[in-house]
Structure formats: C-alpha cells, structure tokens
Unconditional design. Structure first.
Length: 381
C-alpha cells in the first residue's frame, strides 16, 4: 500500500490539492502575464459594476419624488357684497384672528336709513291690509243694504204692474217703477263686484292675517335685505387665520361691491392657520403606482434637516395644463411632447411644537409607493 501511494504521489504531484490546481495555475499565469491581468480586471470590473447597477436598479424605484411642491393653506381676500365707505379697520398686518372677529366696517348710516325705510314700508302694508279688510266689510254692508232696496223696488214694481193691468195708474208711473228697479239691481251688482275685488286683495280670505298677504311678504323681504346689507357692513373673518394686505385698505376708502374681487383696496387678505397641505406637481410618469394613503416624507427648504411625514390625500383628475387659461392646442402646427404634471395633494401629519408652515413655502416630497422595480416588472405583466 505504501508503494502504491508513493507511486501515485510521484505520478500526480500535488494531488491532495488537485481541485485548486487550475485556479492556481490561472493566477500564476496572470502574475506572469500582465496583459492578461489587465484584460481580466477590465472585464471583471465592468461585470461587477454592471451587476451592482442592475441590482441597485431592481431594488430601487420604490420612491418617487419632486421638488415642484409648495405649502398650501386656505387663503382668501375677505371683502363684502355691499358698497360703502370704510369707517374703521380693526386689524393690523400679521395679526392672528379668530372666526367671527371683525376685520373692518363700512359706514352703517346709509344701510340703517334703508332698513328704517323698509320697516316703514312694512308698517304701511300692514295698515293697508287692515284697511282693505275694513273696506270689504263696509262693501258687504253696502251690498246688503242695496239688496234690501232691490227687494223693495221689486215689490213696488210688481204692485204697479198689477195696477197697470187694471188701468188704475198711468203708464208713466209703471215705467218709473221699472226704471227704479233696474237701477237698484245694477247698483247691487256693482256693490257685489266691488266687494269681490276687495276680497281678491285678501287672497279670498276676509280674516287673513297681514303676514300671509303677498304685499306683506314682499315688504318683509325688503326689510330682510336691508338688514342683511346692514349686517354685511361689518366684515368678519370667515375662519381662523392671519391677516395680510391690510395697509391697502384705509378709512375713507370707497368699497364697490362689484369690484371687490378685482381690487386689493376693497378687501383684507386672510391666510388660514388650520389645515395645511402640500400641493406637489408630480410627473405623470411617476404616478403609475401612487395612490391615496401612500406615506410621504416632506422636507421644507426653510427648515433644512427637518422632516415632516404625511400621506397622499388625492391625485387630481386633470393635469395643471387642463386648467390653464390658454390651454395648449396640439391639433395643429408643430407639436413637441412634454411630460405633463399632475397636482397631488399631500396631507401633513403635524405635531405639537412643529415650526410654522407658511403658504407658498417650497418643499421636496418623497412618496413611498411600496413597490420596487423588480416588483413592478412582474406586477405589470
């Protein structure tokens, strides 16, 4: 047996490490051949980089981000729908106000005069209704008296007609009785018609309350409108916020309701401090797997190094270009395809002690879609 082992070792030197011999030989040749070493390292290095890049690409793609994002809050130019002279401005620039707090007031005297006049008109309507009811009762009495007169004239006429047949009276006396009867009948018809006219003014109800008549309701509507205008002469904050653009509104400024929406001199700016959100303009190609509820990481340029968290609230049903005043006309002329951006609303999960976020601040958002590239490759098939 020893002889066999000696013979084997002599025939195959290094047989104990025979499996590593090719590798050792290749490494030895590379040490001797520098050109071979360079080729191997170049090819191997490119292969390693390619594999690493492929792995990184397959494992990435979970997050989509954009820096075309801005903080948004409720904001409004608070004005009024009535015209008048500004009497007082009750706030100053940057002041925090609560819902219902007075921002500015108009001179109330014209509105108070209009209200008093409308109330007077309402009182006159009530008096007119009461007078109409009295007139109706009076006309009913007149009609009843006239009806009694017609009955009397009818009896006289019948009596004279019988006497005429007996040649006991002259024909002229009979004719006079007939004329008297016809006249009284016409007067009765006129009295009844006048009573019906007055009753129509009372909506067919002689005991109607003044509040149920159309005249009263019209006058009451005028009073309500005058009261509304007087109330709107005092402009209040519709929600909690911080006022702005106050200096453009001064006492004595004429506020014209028709121009309030087009002029800053007729309104006070109000920036809401309640609900704050991010409006991110995402590329349409990044929204493939974005859905409501996806978690979002948010950074604000004003506060570097600080991160807010939130979630996707809604993705707009149309691109920003769809709401443009002058939308693109791609049906004619030269056309260049441009990736559209879709407004995406992101709700911020704010915590106590967070820095204040102001409307218009720039932000960067990273949306976690929960799907890596390799998952998308398989899920899209």
């Amino acid at each position: 047996m020893a002889a066999i082992q000696s013979e084997t070792s002599a025939r195959y030197p290094g047989s104990a490490r025979g499996s590593f011999a090719p590798v050792q030989g290749f490494v030895g040749r590379m040490r001797e051949d520098k050109g071979l070493m360079r080729r191997v390292l170049m090819i191997g290095g490119v292969a390693v980089v390619a594999i690493a890049a492929l792995a990184f690409w397959l494992m990435g793609g979970r997050y989509v981000s954009t820096d075309d994002s801005y903080v948004q809050t409720a904001k409004l130019m608070v004005s009024t729908d009535v015209s008048g002279l500004v009497k007082t401005v009750n706030v100053h620039e940057g002041q925090r106000v609560k819902k219902g707090q007075v921002l500015f007031t108009l001179d109330p005297r014209p509105f108070q005069i209009a209200l008093d006049n409308a109330k007077a008109q309402l009182g006159q309507v009530v008096q007119a209704v009461q007078s109409t009811k009295s007139d109706y009762q009076s006309m009913l009495s007149t009609a009843d008296a006239q009806r009694a007169q017609v009955d009397l004239n009818q009896r006289n006429y019948d009596r004279y007609a019988a006497l005429l047949k007996a040649n006991a009276i002259a024909p002229a006396t009979y004719d006079q009785a007939r004329l008297t009867l016809a006249t009284s009948q016409q007067q009765l018809v006129a009295a009844e018609q006048a009573a019906k006219t007055q009753l129509a003014k009372l909506n067919g109800n002689p005991n109607i309350a003044p509040e149920q008549t159309p005249q009263y309701q019209a006058a009451k509507a005028a009073v309500d409108e005058a009261q509304r205008q007087l109330n709107h002469a005092t402009v209040r904050a519709p929600f909690d916020g911080i006022v702005a653009e106050v200096d453009s509104l001064q006492p004595g400024t004429l506020v014209i309701s028709a121009m309030s929406a087009f002029s800053t001199t007729s309104a006070v700016g109000l920036i809401g401090t309640g609900k704050v959100w991010i409006e991110a303009h995402m590329k349409e190609t990044d929204l493939t797997h974005v859905k409501s509820g996806d978690p979002v990481s948010i950074t604000i340029d004003t506060y570097p190094g600080r991160t807010w968290h939130g979630h996707v609230d809604a993705v707009s049903a149309a691109s920003g270009a769809a709401f443009s005043v002058l939308p693109a006309e791609n049906a004619s002329g030269n056309w260049v395809k441009v990736t559209q951006r879709i407004p995406t609303r992101i709700v911020i999960d704010r915590k106590k002690g967070d820095p204040e976020l102001r409307s218009g601040m720039s932000a960067v958002v990273d949306i976690d879609t929960g799907k890596r590239t390799w998952q998308r490759l398989f899920s899209d098939r």
